[in-house]
Design a binder for this molecule. Structure first.
Ligand SMILES: Cc1ncc(COP(=O)(O)O)c(C=O)c1O
Length: 434
């Protein structure tokens, strides 16, 4: 090898080493550029989607409450107190002093949280006693807690039903029931809202399957209408079906002692499975549950994915819900007070010329038809210190826009009357009333 060969070889070797050393930096910068391009592309897609929502007039903005939940609240950017008519705080237990005290006590005694799912290291004595209390309240064999009722609905159908089975669902069921059913492999039938002839036709079709489960909301939250559970149970008995009811908008306040739609309609012994929430009438924190036959609850503990793979309910939440149930089991005066105020609102509004959908449920949708009218009237109500929300398409069908008013046991009669007066004033202003 001559000196020249050696220099050329050395130089080649040097460049090769340098190239290899540079390669990662070069690759990284290209990678980074690709990464930035991907993020820019994502931003473009997201902006487009958001623009679409704004253009469709379906943008949901959130008002910021700066006080506790209750009939009288403070809202960021609005001076003075606001009368709140749009929470699911049907019994006013979200800020009940005994409920708050029970939450504080559970927090002190059992800590902030479990840092675990139930079956690993996340079951405390209070979880077991709340489950037993829920089962007792609903007069069922057993109950299982979930982080939310959305989770209870997401967990139930997949754990229970196989491809041999069928589920028959009301077309207006809550999104969480629809999603829960999507996750299961059973045959799916959707019947028209509250339409018993259609349900019967679908039950006939579904005779070929092993199990048939009829799934319905007890009370439907957009219209305040109630499932005809007596007819559903009758059809279920004729066609060998099980009945599942989501009682989120019924537990604690429908029926003579607030047990729910099944108590209201006298079919507690015929509804096999109930799912409900702790996040509305029962203290309003969060959490959900399934209550029903013992073996079903045992199976859910083994198979329901939101139960197996999500953290235990925090002790404070358990403490609050447990106290809420105690209050309801001790007396039904809160339930009766809510019913009386609901009646007062419905009667006065109808006398003033408004159409209120549903019957005797504390969800009182003031039907207006036009989306813009509903939204403008809700804004003008807020200017008068009344917090209500307008709902329009796609949350409700086109042409059926409304302002949904929700009555609570802790509204005073004066609160109700002030709300009605404001509606009359705003209704006249917008020519929704003569
Ligand atoms: C009928 C119905 N089912 C289920 C849910 C979900 O309940 P949670 O808030 O406990 O997840 C809701 C809540 O809006 C509901 O209205």
């Amino acid at each position: 090898m001559t000196i020249l060969d050696f220099v050329i070889f050395f130089r080649f070797f040097f460049l090769l080493i340098q190239g290899l050393a540079l390669l990662p930096r070069w690759a990284l910068s290209t990678g980074r550029r690709r990464q930035l391009a991907a993020v820019a592309q994502l931003r473009g897609i997201l902006e487009g989607e958001l623009e679409g929502i704004r253009a469709a007039g379906t943008w949901k903005s959130e008002r910021i409450i700066t006080s506790r939940q209750g009939p009288h609240i403070h809202v960021d950017g609005v001076s003075g107190g606001i009368l709140n008519f749009c929470a699911n705080n049907y019994l006013g237990l979200s800020s009940h002093p005994e409920v708050i005290q029970a939450g504080l006590q559970a927090l002190q005694e059992f800590g902030a949280g479990l840092s675990s799912v139930r079956f690993i290291c996340g079951t405390q004595s209070i979880h077991k006693s709340l489950e037993a209390k829920i089962a007792r309240f609903h007069q069922r064999e057993d109950a299982i807690l979930y982080p939310s009722c959305f989770d209870a609905n997401a967990g139930l159908f997949e754990a229970l039903l196989t491809p041999e089975d069928a589920v028959l669902s009301d077309e207006l069921n809550h999104a969480s029931i629809i999603d829960g059913i999507r996750l299961c492999k059973a045959h799916k039938y959707r019947y028209s809202h509250l339409d018993m002839a259609d349900l019967e036709a679908k039950l006939k079709e579904a005779q070929k399957h092993r199990l048939r489960l009829v799934a319905t909301d007890g009370a439907f939250s957009m219209d305040g209408d109630i499932a005809p559970l007596q007819d559903i149970c009758l059809l279920a008995s004729q066609y060998g079906a099980l009945v599942f009811v989501d009682e989120c908008h019924a537990t604690g306040f429908l029926g003579p002692t607030g047990r729910g739609t099944d108590e209201l309609l006298g079919v507690m012994d015929q509804v096999t499975i109930v799912n409900s929430t702790l996040g509305k009438a029962l203290g309003g924190a969060s959490g959900g549950y399934t209550t029903g036959p013992g073996p079903l609850v045992s199976l859910l503990r083994q198979r329901a994915r939101p139960y197996l793979f999500s953290n235990s309910l925090p002790p404070a939440v358990v403490g609050c819900a447990s106290k809420a149930l105690d209050l309801l089991m001790e007396s039904n005066t809160i339930v009766q007070s809510m019913a009386a105020k609901t009646q007062r609102f419905r009667t006065k509004m109808e006398a003033a010329g408004f159409t209120i959908s549903g019957a005797s449920h504390p969800i009182c949708p003031v039907m207006l038809g036009d989306a813009r009218l509903a939204s403008c009237m809700a804004d003008d109500m807020l200017k008068r210190g009344i917090f209500v929300i307008g709902f329009s398409y796609p949350v409700v069908p086109k042409g059926k826009a409304r302002i949904r008013v929700q009555i609570s046991a802790v509204h005073s009669e004066e609160d109700i009357d002030r709300c009605v007066e404001a509606f009359v004033e705003v209704g006249r202003l917008h020519k929704a009333l003569p």
